[in-house]
Design a protein around this ligand. Structure first.
Ligand SMILES: *Cc1c(COP(=O)(O)O)cnc(C)c1O
Length: 389
């Protein structure tokens, strides 16, 4: 038996190229060492305060609370918007499930809204149609959640104007957009409250974490209170609200402080990845890269995304490209499957005209890590050339 295994021809598997993997800057461990030396292992402490300050100075946000995840941040944003059992919340359909799941944690129901073609994010026209229709049915939406997917800023002004007109709190899911800008302002500073994520695949990571940002200091103070089990001021444990255990630890925040030192570089590196793909695909028909509509939009290029039209390139679909990359141990992933197409949300209302369905059908995310090496790009472009020529 064992000799059989030994005699098997050894196939040389090349190392995996990931879609987006953690990329440490080098100083993360210094902050963790400081925490160990002062025995500040338990929740809160100087790294938590420092990380929050760093986030505020980078984004120019007035207040930030760091949390265990971006999902927790969205959940607290909904709680603070007053979303409760039986409510409806309008949510961008073309997103990752973590934008929508917290709506159900509140006992509320998501109503999904299609995207527009310019930024691939929530469509202002569809949003307004939905609001009017829900109002007609006597169901005023309790909140709106929009997303800057793949780092591309949404049509921020148009969406904010609609929500202001109808008096609906707007929650910004900037989980994929730290470092992106709209009209020179950082994503994470628009709307009633904003969520960031430091999950392992995001532009910077704390191995897992998130943050809630907002203009209103009182709301962020309340978020910190709710995130630490909602303990009233008393010598004994006293509670008059339902709380959550959502606060980031001082160790994770140490990683975050180290990552903040290299965030600007990470944005440049990811934007450089995108430029490489853009110039490569310029030579091919039927492949469209995700484009910034005009100077108002600055994407962190968290992921480099393409749309593949088989009618314009001799029948090559995005799935053919994805499988060819997979065969060479290179990870690529279809653009996110819209929430209104997900089995778990099949009963939810949806307003749209097929934009997000088509993005899902034709779209592909390519390896986009800030730690990609020259030889990784050589391997990736080799596969793409073979398929497209
Ligand atoms: C990653 C992500 C989240 C959730 O963040 P976690 O930190 O993983 O909980 C939410 N929304 C979007 C669009 C994301 O990509």
């Amino acid at each position: 038996m064992s000799s059989n295994i030994l005699n098997k021809p050894q196939t040389q598997v090349q190392p995996k190229i990931w879609l987006s993997s953690p990329h440490m800057g080098g100083q993360e461990l210094d902050f963790i060492h400081q925490a160990f030396e002062s025995n500040w292992i338990a929740p809160l402490g100087p790294n938590v305060d420092g990380f929050e300050k760093d986030i505020c100075s980078f984004t120019n946000s007035a207040n930030a609370a760091v949390l265990t995840s971006g999902t927790a941040a969205i959940h607290l944003a909904l709680v603070l918007a007053g979303v409760k059992e039986g409510d409806e919340v309008l949510c961008q359909s073309f997103t990752f499930s973590a934008s929508a799941n917290p709506i159900t944690y509140c006992g509320a129901t998501p109503v999904f809204i299609d995207s527009e073609k310019k930024t691939w994010n929530i469509c202002p026209e569809a949003l307004e149609v939905a609001i009017k229709d829900r109002l007609r049915k006597g169901r005023k939406p309790a909140a709106v959640i929009y997303v800057h997917l793949y780092g591309m800023p949404a049509l921020v002004d148009e969406i904010q104007t609609i929500c202001d007109n109808y008096g609906i709190p707007l929650i910004e899911d900037a989980a994929e957009a730290l470092g992106s800008e709209y009209k020179g302002e950082k994503c994470g500073t628009f709307g009633f409250l904003s969520a960031l994520s430091f999950n392992g695949n995001k532009i910077i990571t704390t191995s897992g974490g998130g943050a809630l940002l907002g203009r209103d200091a009182g709301l962020i103070a309340k978020a910190r209170f709710l995130a630490t089990q909602a303990r009233d001021q008393a010598p004994h444990y006293q509670h008059s609200h339902i709380g959550y255990n959502y606060r980031m630890s001082n160790i994770s925040a140490g990683i975050g402080r180290g990552q903040m030192l290299v965030l600007k570089d990470r944005v440049s590196q990811r934007r450089a990845n995108f430029e490489r793909y853009r110039s490569f695909f310029a030579g091919y028909e039927g492949i469209q890269v995700q484009t910034e509509p005009d100077e108002s939009f600055f994407s962190n290029r968290w992921l480099s995304c393409i749309l593949v039209d088989p009618n314009k390139n001799h029948g090559v679909t995005r799935e053919i490209i994805r499988l060819a990359l997979e065969e060479k141990n290179i990870e690529a992933r279809p653009l996110w499957k819209p929430m209104h197409m997900q089995p778990v949300f099949s009963g939810c209302a949806y307003y749209g005209s097929g934009v997000s369905e088509q993005l899902f059908e034709q779209g592909l995310c390519l390896p986009s890590g800030s730690n990609l090496e020259e030889e990784d790009f050589t391997r990736i472009f080799e596969v793409l050339k073979n398929i497209l020529n």
